[in-house]
Design a protein around this ligand. Structure first.
Ligand code: AMP
Length: 113
């Protein structure tokens, strides 16, 4: 997988406002927030899209979901938040390193655009 913006953030080659990190994932503020809380949670392992995840990534993906819930709850929004994964350009993915958008702090419309 080629270098992406997010692998450069993991390597600290470009700055980010990091809110959480462990051995397997990193969470930082989205530079162009779509909600009062808009974080991106990424695996340190370079997986391009959700569809590229393998069965061996099951534990990692479960860990990320649990962490997303924990991070947004710690930020005070455990009762109302939305997680989004855009998979592929047709769904709006622009950075090809898997990421979970964590959105909170405003009313969420449905269906999403
Ligand atoms: P997606 O369109 O689902 O691939 O989401 C990519 C997200 O990355 C967008 O919401 C961008 O605002 C965000 N983004 C792009 N560059 C940076 C950066 N350097 N730091 C933080 N977020 C970024």
């Amino acid at each position: 997988m080629s270098e992406t913006l997010f692998s450069k953030i993991i390597e600290r080659q470009i700055p980010a406002d990091i809110v959480y990190e462990d051995d397997d994932c990193l969470c930082f503020k989205d530079v162009n927030p779509k909600a009062p809380v808009h974080y991106l949670l990424i695996p340190k392992k370079p997986i391009e899209r959700l569809v590229d995840a393998k069965s061996e990534d099951q534990t990692l993906l479960g860990h990320m979901l649990m962490k997303a819930s924990e991070i947004v709850s710690d930020a005070g929004f455990g009762d109302a938040f939305r997680l989004v994964i855009n998979n592929g350009p047709g769904a709006g993915q622009s950075v090809f390193h898997l990421h979970i958008h964590i959105l909170a702090g405003r009313t969420m419309g449905w269906p999403p655009g």
